[in-house]
Write a protein that binds this ligand. Structure first.
Ligand SMILES: NC(=O)c1ccc[n+]([C@@H]2O[C@H](COP(=O)([O-])OP(=O)(O)OC[C@H]3O[C@@H](n4cnc5c(N)ncnc54)[C@H](OP(=O)(O)O)[C@@H]3O)[C@@H](O)[C@H]2O)c1
Length: 235
């Protein structure tokens, strides 16, 4: 069993759940967050198999109060975190034309996909393990790449992923002296509720690739953007 502690947001389904499973199987200690118990049956069921290494916590990443409360709770438990995986994501599917924008859904994209990881980092910095390199991974999307932008769709989502890519770059500069490396990762087009059944990859392939990218993250390549196969992507 490893002593490495990984915190994963949105770990009750999709890529986040698979990351939690693969990190647990690899012997890591996992703090897996979910929003609502009714949608977290599979994650909850893992607590009996991994009773010593899986801790589940509720967190709505759009709520700054909940982020603060979880940071306080883990601080009181004296937990040190080696890796944060900002995985939770929201897609405002209907915002495909500026002529018909649902403001609340665009706002939710920014709250969940960009401001959540920003504020989580702010509140959890003091919990990061200071002994050796610690890491922050941001599950972003190639849809947040300004250079790769090819079609008009999902205004809030694309804007929020571009913003969170900027967060990765900013954090990598500011946190290098704290020995914290940061990476933005495109997980591929993955068969999840968000990606749909036509997607190219299953969650197992995507999660395994994401973990490899995180393993290969050092201070030297901090601030880079990769796909789950380890190919560098342009911002
Ligand atoms: N699938 C793809 O093809 C694809 C492509 C590029 C990037 N991504 C990115 O990969 C990440 C994971 O996506 P996925 O495909 O696994 O999506 P998913 O199956 O739809 O899962 C989304 C996860 O995010 C959580 N979440 C949503 N809003 C939240 C909030 N306010 N607070 C906390 N958790 C929240 C969901 O929790 P609930 O169950 O409570 O809703 C769920 O656990 C996302 O950041 C996504 O943008 C996915």
């Amino acid at each position: 069993m490893s002593n490495v502690v990984v915190l994963i947001t949105g770990a009750n389904r999709g890529i986040g759940l698979e990351l939690a499973k693969q990190y647990l199987i690899s012997g890591f200690k996992v703090i897996a967050t979910f929003r609502d118990k009714s949608g977290a049956a599979e994650l909850i069921s893992l607590t009996s198999q991994f009773s010593k290494t899986l801790q589940i916590e509720s967190l709505d990443i759009a709520s700054h109060e909940q982020i603060e409360a979880l940071a306080n709770k883990l601080s009181h438990e004296d937990i040190k975190i080696d890796l944060i995986v900002n995985n939770a994501g929201y897609l405002d599917r209907e915002n495909i034309s500026v002529k018909a924008i649902n403001y609340a859904h665009a706002e939710m994209s920014l709250k969940v996909n960009s401001l959540g990881p920003l504020y989580l980092t702010h509140c959890f910095l003091s919990l990061m393990n200071k002994e050796g390199l610690s890491k922050i991974a941001i599950v972003s999307s190639d849809m947040g790449s300004l250079s790769l932008q090819q079609s008009v769709a999902w205004y809030g989502y694309r804007m929020s992923k571009a913003a969170v890519n900027m967060l990765a770059v900013n954090l990598s500069s500011e946190l290098a002296d704290d020995n914290i490396a940061v990476v933005a990762i495109h997980p591929g087009w993955v068969k999840t509720d968000m990606g749909g059944t036509d997607a190219n990859y299953d969650v197992k392939e995507s999660a395994a690739g994401i973990m490899k990218v995180i393993t290969n993250l050092t201070i030297n390549n901090s601030g880079d953007f990769y796909d789950f196969n380890g190919n560098a992507l342009p911002f």
